[in-house]
Design a protein around this ligand. Structure first.
Ligand code: 3HC
Length: 677
């Protein structure tokens, strides 16, 4: 046989081997080869049983996503799986790495499954806006029951080999290093056992209570998404007395609906966008990286502590520096509390708390950073203070150490300029809470060396962040786009919209909260000049009255003790007062106008960012907004969403409202182009 599938005889066992790097995706050639492999085993009288295994780092990681939306060649995956299940000789799947999506479904079409203990099994299609479309929604409940099938399909998180064993999804655990031998031995053990266990012939028991409880428990998580409900409906179908064939027909119909929809296109876009973001244009992927064995963090406040936790959790020791003992103790205390909280919730093991905290060196002495390979400052946002710090670090840090700033909007180049090593200076903008939020904006200064940038991007992956490269501009990618949204939201208040209306439009769009809910959460006083007599904006007026947001139970909203918001008559008065002073007439503002003014302007800013080459590609902007600001995943990020809205429509609306439209946006709209191909 040629192509990615080969076969090997081990006495009376035929081993069918897939070798399709990097993840053994089930593309056309693999599916064709698998069908041929099974046919070969069936045709050969000397073969009593077959083993299906994969070379490389993993068992099949799913259908080949790059083939989606293209005309199909070769047999469909469902067909191949049916052929395996119909084989009169037993087929054993030998699983290592991750058996995901179509990979999991392939394994379930085999009669038996053996896996190494480290293997994971799952159906993550829902994360691509899809459902397991090769029989998974029908076979999983038949083998493992409705409750687990709901968890696996509608949430999409993989389960461990041990859990799969308990649930009957695998039959045996292999030795971690002896999968092939153990699988062959297993195949010999069961070679003569009849009847063959066939998943599609089993029956699943309906469990309406489990379905209702599952929907209730996950209502918030599924809000706005189409795919979870479709997964649930398919699992229910598997247990409602319908035949397997009827279930498969239903699954196919639901799969096709999702596949043709915008949500799945958005989620598939993000899958590739996230991976693309890691690639740096113009830098060879194999560039030599600097080794980061120890990290220094300056500032033990909320940001500094959160940043430190990322490295400690990844097993990288951290030296954390503060100016006052009290602040240092408070900061490290918060870190410990966070770790202990995670342990109490079962997210980490208790011993990991001590391992992480044990790798932390708190100090008041800046010179203790001399042995660090990377130093990140997380002090307050003041350019003069930061420059002074960078000049000091230049004298302390060892040669080759990377000096990073966590600034969210200040100019990295100015900081680099006060050092003798501007090539080693870079921005690492974490998002709060820094130990939780996935986004890391990596700010490439004018003089940042290629290897420094590549090292920090790779480190981002190591600490489980999604890292995106940004150029130096105020607010970088994310906060720069937040700025027009905030400005326009404030203007709309003056013209007659309420905070409630603007926030509602954003929440209905799918954002976790609207601009004013966000202000109240973050603190209305953040960035306030602190002069109660100087009132130049609605925000100043709120801050001057002590309406600092949720922490004061009053901000743009009034809050009760449980932080439930209600519209504030006082805020309405303040707005009214500003409006009359500005001689503005209150008018009716439509939800559509709010979208156009607060969201289309963000797209416009994104286009300017691309025009100025501050982001490498439109999909990077999407990644920033998804992972940094909670842009709804099913809308694929602002630039992907703009493509689905239609760029000419956006340009027309922006022009109607008198905005200057970015050149790139205008030219793409005129030429019928898109931001994302
Ligand atoms: N199809 C095509 N390409 C894939 C792929 C897939 N299913 N899975 C991964 N790749 C590609 C990635 O795009 C990446 O390409 P690049 O190097 O050019 O950027 C490369 O393989 C390596 O992937 P990762 O960087 O993600 O590698 P990791 O080792 O970090 O992770 C993984 C491996 C856990 C398997 C992860 O790639 C993953 O989660 N893959 C997707 C799994 C999935 O969603 N499967 C379901 C597919 S849909 C389906 O099966 C439908 C069926 O029900 C009909």
């Amino acid at each position: 046989m040629t192509g990615p599938i080969t076969t090997e005889r081990h006495g009376d066992i035929l081993v069918i081997i897939s070798n399709n790097p990097p993840v053994n995706a089930l593309g056309s050639a693999v599916r064709t080869g698998l069908a041929a492999g099974i046919a070969e085993g069936l045709a050969d009288d000397g073969v009593k049983a077959m083993v299906l295994r994969c070379e490389g780092r993993t068992f099949f990681a799913g259908a080949d996503i790059t083939e989606f939306g293209k005309p199909m060649t070769g047999p469909g995956l469902g067909e191949v799986i049916d052929a395996m299940e119909a084989s009169t000789k037993p087929v054993v799947a030998a699983i290592h790495g991750t058996a995901l999506g179509g990979g999991c479904e392939t394994a379930l079409g085999c009669h038996y499954r053996i896996a190494v203990p480290s293997a994971k099994i799952g159906t993550p299609e829902v994360k691509l806006g899809l459902l397991p479309g090769a029989g998974g929604t029908q076979r999983i409940p038949r083998i493992a029951g409705v409750p687990l099938a709901l968890e696996m399909t509608a949430k999409g998180d993989p389960i461990s080999a041990r859990k799969a064993l308990d649930a009957g999804l695998i039959d045996r655990l292999a030795g971690e290093d002896s999968l092939v031998e153990d699988a062959i031995a297993f195949a010999r053990d069961i070679a003569d056992v009849r009847p063959l266990p066939i998943a599609s012939e089993k029956t699943a028991t309906a469990d309406p209570d489990a379905v209702a409880a599952f929907k209730k428990e996950n209502g918030k998580r599924f809000r706005g998404f189409d795919a979870p409900a479709a997964n649930i409906a398919c699992v229910e179908k598997a247990a409602d007395g319908s035949s397997f064939e009827e279930g498969i027909a239903f699954e196919r119909q639901e799969f096709m609906k999702l596949m043709m929809g915008t949500q799945s296109a958005a989620q598939r876009h993000l899958f590739f966008a996230e991976r693309q973001a890691a690639k740096i244009d113009g830098i060879a992927p194999d560039i030599a990286l600097r080794e980061i064995r120890k990290v220094g963090v300056i500032g033990a406040g909320t940001m500094g502590g959160g940043i430190s936790m990322n490295f400690l959790s990844a097993g990288i020791p951290v030296t954390i520096v503060e100016t006052q003992q009290e602040a240092l103790d408070r900061g490290t205390g918060v870190m410990r509390k966070n770790y202990e909280g995670s342990a109490a919730r079962g997210r980490i093991k208790p011993e990991q708390v001590e391992a992480a905290m044990g790798a932390l060196t708190p100090t008041l002495d800046l010179s203790a950073l001399a042995d660090c390979d990377l130093i990140i400052e997380a002090i307050y946002e003041n350019m003069d203070v930061k420059k002074e710090l960078f000049a000091k670090l230049d004298t302390i840090a060892k040669p080759g150490a990377i000096l990073a700033s966590n600034t969210s909007y200040l100019n990295i180049d100015e900081m680099a300029a006060v050092t003798s090593r501007p090539g080693d200076v870079i921005g690492m903008h974490f998002f709060s809470p820094a130990n939780v939020m996935k986004l890391l904006e990596v700010v490439r200064g004018a003089k940042t060396s290629d290897d420094v940038l590549a090292t920090v991007m790779a480190l981002g992956k190591k600490i489980k962040k999604v890292a995106v490269v940004s150029g130096v501009c105020p607010g970088f990618i994310g906060n720069r786009m937040l700025s027009p949204r905030q400005q326009e939201a404030n203007k709309l208040l003056m013209e007659g919209a309420t905070p409630e209306q603007i926030d509602r439009v954003h929440v209905e769009f799918g954002m976790p909260m609207g601009p004013f809910q966000m202000s109240d959460l973050a603190g209305v006083d953040i960035g306030w000049h602190r002069d109660p007599t100087r009132i130049e904006s609605i925000r100043d007026a709120l801050a001057a009255e002590g309406r600092w947001g949720q922490k004061k139970q009053a901000g743009f909203y009034d809050y009760d003790e449980k932080r439930n918001p209600t519209p504030s008559p006082r805020v309405a008065e303040i707005i009214e007062d500003f409006r009359s002073k500005s001689n503005l007439q209150k008018r009716e503002i439509s939800d559509q106008e709010i979208i156009e003014k607060t969201l289309y302007t963000m797209v416009n800013e994104g286009a300017k960012i691309l025009d100025e080459k501050m982001a490498q590609r439109a999909s990077d902007i999407d990644v920033v907004w998804i992972y940094g600001y909670g842009w709804p995943v099913y809308r694929g990020g602002p630039m992907f969403w703009a493509d689905t809205e239609g760029l000419p429509k956006i340009v027309a609306a922006l022009e109607k409202h008198g905005f200057t439209v970015a050149e790139l946006l205008k030219s793409k709209a005129e030429s019928g182009g898109k931001f994302n191909k």
